[in-house]
Write a new protein. Structure first.
Length: 474
């Protein structure tokens, strides 16, 4: 083949490659333009439709157990601030709202009711750019409520069970020859036991596994084990085993976290008697309400370094979940104290009470009333019955449970959402002897669960220390 022929072939091939290159460039540019157009149209469509939900975060089980759970709705656009007036929660429950970027969060300030369908509606949601407002909705169902309770003296030993509200699915999660008391935190069980003469405070997972000990201040006695409204904070009082005339620590208050191995910290109090008669964790804060042996009522932090005096008191009845109002008994009567500013007022008097009023257990939230026991005593001093009732903020009394006069009501407490009341009863008190524990209790105990709204008894469970109760029987 001649040199000219080869040159002609190379030239044709070069021109073909250039044509293919121009064709690819034109096609690639067309694809880019198409993508830009499609993307632009997608953006236009998204703006034209208004914000739409692309992701939802919610933990129904956590929402039933404690306050502070959230539903987070993530949308297609960055959002203008959502006002609480735009949000509806059905069934109604208190909440707060926050907006961040493309997300709006609804935080529940009280635990939700168990086994219930919830619907959240956010009206008039606007993106930061142009476009119409939209309505966001989300529905979810909370699970049935479970709880822990304890039975002493079973054939296997003292046993902590996890149970449903029908008492038909009791599962033993922790067994020990001598359990004094226990509490449930957000993620752990905290159990006070005695190993011979030695006190132990054991922390386990919710299923009773992975046991470890909290380091105690020394040999002695652990009493009044309590847990905070939510989270992992616990408290207890401690007395030295060799306490006597020579001195020693008596009823000193310590706090610890069930989430780590840090040793307990003593809550130091200055001035007067530092022995603790009772205390309560203040919900959603790092504060504690403390009652000393010399009747001083103090509001302090977990270290006790900044205690504010609140006068004198005889007892602390309780502080409702989601509330800063404490119910305490003073010499002049039962009072409500607002712990945010120290103001107080008398607890509303029950209208037409069915008997002599006892201690008041506050319901979760503000303005939800109390659970109170009324002793119906005959003119000759014989107990006919104890009537456990809900007392509304206007004094209206509504009966929940009537306990025969032969039985003794030891404690009332309420479920996290306030849907149920738990009433601890010692049947036939006259022939129901106390055991010989540091926290002595009658040998036969029943925990009655009653739905507060309807007054219907749900079940009577054998045992005590239902995990809704943040304090031991008193």
């Amino acid at each position: 083949m001649s040199t000219d022929s080869r040159r002609g072939g190379d030239s044709r091939r070069s021109r073909a490659r250039r044509r293919r290159g121009r064709g690819f460039a034109i096609a690639f540019a067309a694809v880019l333009v198409g993508l830009v157009v499609v993307g632009g149209l997608g953006g236009v469509i998204a703006v034209a439709q208004g914000p739409r939900v692309t992701d939802v975060q919610v933990d129904p089980a956590a929402a039933v157990a404690a306050s502070g759970s959230r539903v987070i709705l993530t949308t297609t656009q960055s959002l203008q601030k959502v006002d609480p007036s735009q949000v509806e929660v059905d069934p109604a429950t208190p909440f707060t709202v926050d907006t961040s970027g493309r997300s709006v969060g609804v935080r529940f300030t009280l635990p939700l009711r168990d086994d219930t369908d919830y619907r959240i509606t956010v009206n008039g949601v606007n993106g930061l750019g142009a476009g119409p407002a939209s309505t966001l909705t989300e529905t979810f169902r909370t699970p049935p409520l479970q709880a822990y309770l304890m039975q002493r003296g079973t054939p296997e030993g003292d046993t902590i069970f996890r149970t449903d509200l029908q008492g038909q699915a009791g599962l033993p999660v922790f067994v020990n020859p001598h359990i004094e008391d226990f509490r449930a935190t957000a993620n752990h069980l905290v159990i006070s036991v005695r190993d011979g003469d030695t006190p132990r405070v054991i922390v386990t997972d919710p299923d009773g596994k992975n046991q470890r000990d909290i380091a105690l201040p020394g040999p002695g006695y652990v009493t009044n084990l309590q847990s905070a409204d939510r989270g992992e904070r616990i408290g207890f009082t401690f007395s030295d085993a060799d306490l006597g005339a020579a001195g020693g620590r008596e009823s000193r208050l310590f706090t610890a976290s069930a989430a780590d191995d840090s040793p307990p910290v003593e809550v130091g109090l200055n001035g007067g008697d530092v022995r603790i008669a009772d205390y309560r964790f203040v919900p959603d804060t790092d504060s504690m309400l403390v009652l000393t042996f010399d009747s001083r009522l103090l509001l302090t932090d977990a270290q006790g370094g900044n205690a504010a005096p609140l006068g004198s008191a005889v007892s602390i009845d309780g502080i409702a979940r989601g509330s800063s109002v404490a119910i305490v008994e003073r010499l002049e009567g039962i009072r409500e104290i607002d712990l945010t500013d120290g103001s107080e007022q008398g607890l509303v008097e029950p209208v037409d009470p069915p008997g002599m009023a006892g201690r008041a257990t506050p319901m979760p939230g503000a303005g939800a009333g109390t659970i109170r026991s009324f002793a119906d005593i005959s003119s000759d001093g014989v107990s006919r019955s104890t009537i456990v009732s809900h007392v509304d903020t206007d004094g209206t009394v509504r009966q929940l449970l009537s306990v025969p006069g032969s039985d003794t009501v030891l404690q009332t407490c309420v479920s996290p959402s306030g849907r149920y009341a738990a009433v601890l009863v010692a049947p036939r008190a006259v022939d129901n002897p106390f055991d010989r524990y540091q926290l002595p209790l009658p040998q036969r105990l029943l925990t009655h669960l009653v739905e507060v709204d309807t007054g219907q008894e749900v079940v009577a469970l054998q045992g005590f220390d239902l995990s809704w109760c943040q304090v031991p029987p008193q």
